[in-house]
Write a protein that binds this ligand. Structure first.
Ligand code: 0WD
Length: 258
């Protein structure tokens, strides 16, 4: 029996079979979880429906996290399928491409900052709020995806790093607020992985190369490795862990001078 048997988990942020959310979905399904998926925009509906089917799921709901209405409709629809919810995977981020290239101060705008924080950080708290009643008392867990740029100044990551710092603070505040109801909240800080979102970051290839050359394990991390950690953190095996950031980055974050 898998360690997520009888867990019902909502997976957001699947854009392709390279998405980190897809790594989480596959690991959780393998460990016995029942899954529901969201997709952003009609263009992704078919692809996410097919990926969901391969995880024996036919719960596939539209969700653009910039819309309160879509968030509410999504959880109302989910409640028609399930009478409770054991976990939410938040694997969503966005910042305008122009802000992910060059000098932070040169490219920063008020609007870019607003959008990056709204989609990449606030939305995590918004999902926690919308899912609260379905999760209350079930000893469930929320998980978000962060990156080292939250705590270090990484070239080109710019406003997304600031938004990830906000996301990590959200993890702590949500953990403190929802812990008394039995809900745990954590994030994984993943190493760089070639996905659609990563393609928006300037010079991403050299980031992958630099990590591979210097990191203790001398290779980049995979979506399966991040997925396995996400499954663990959303399972009862992690029942004593909340409010934390777990690095799944082949050890890169421990380095000082190379
Ligand atoms: O190197 C990487 N790929 C890392 C990613 C390293 C460390 C962390 N992360 C984080 C990202 O910042 C993000 O929070 O992992 C999370 C997932 O990212 P991913 O798997 O790398 O990217 P991708 O496969 O593109 O999925 C992210 C998806 C979007 O994809 P696109 O490429 O279409 O932007 O987030 C979704 C969308 O499907 N998304 C939204 N979903 C709902 N509402 C929204 C939105 N407004 N905006 C983006």
């Amino acid at each position: 029996m898998g360690f997520m048997t009888n867990k019902r988990i909502l997976i957001t942020g699947v854009a392709s079979n390279r998405s980190i959310a897809w790594g989480a979905a596959q690991a959780m399904r393998r460990e016995g979880a029942e899954l529901a998926f969201t997709y952003q925009g009609e263009k992704l509906q078919g692809r996410v429906t097919d990926l969901a089917a391969s995880c024996d799921s036919n719960i596939v709901l539209p969700l653009d996290v910039s819309s309160d209405e879509q968030i509410n409709v999504c959880f109302d629809s989910l409640a028609e399928h399930w009478d409770g919810l054991d976990g939410i995977v938040h694997s969503i981020a966005f910042a305008p491409k122009e802000e992910l290239e060059g000098n932070y101060v040169d490219v920063l705008t008020r609007e870019g900052s607003r959008v990056a924080h709204d989609i990449s950080s606030y939305s995590f708290a918004a999902l926690a709020k919308a899912g609260r009643d379905m999760m209350r008392g079930l000893n469930g867990a929320l998980i978000a995806m962060s990156y080292l740029g939250a705590v270090r100044a990484v070239p080109n990551y710019n406003v997304m790093g600031v938004a990830k710092a906000s996301l990590e603070a959200n993890v702590r505040y949500l953990a403190a607020a929802l812990g008394p109801e039995g809900t745990r909240v954590n994030a994984i800080s993943a190493g760089p992985i070639r996905t659609l979102a990563a393609a928006g970051i300037a010079d991403f290839r050299s980031m992958l190369k630099q990590v591979e050359e210097r990191t203790p394990l001398r290779r980049n991390v995979t979506i399966d490795e991040v997925g396995n950690a996400a499954a663990f953190l959303c399972s009862d095996l992690a029942s004593g862990i909340t409010g934390d950031i777990t690095y799944v980055d082949t050890g890169y974050h421990i380095l000082g001078l190379g």
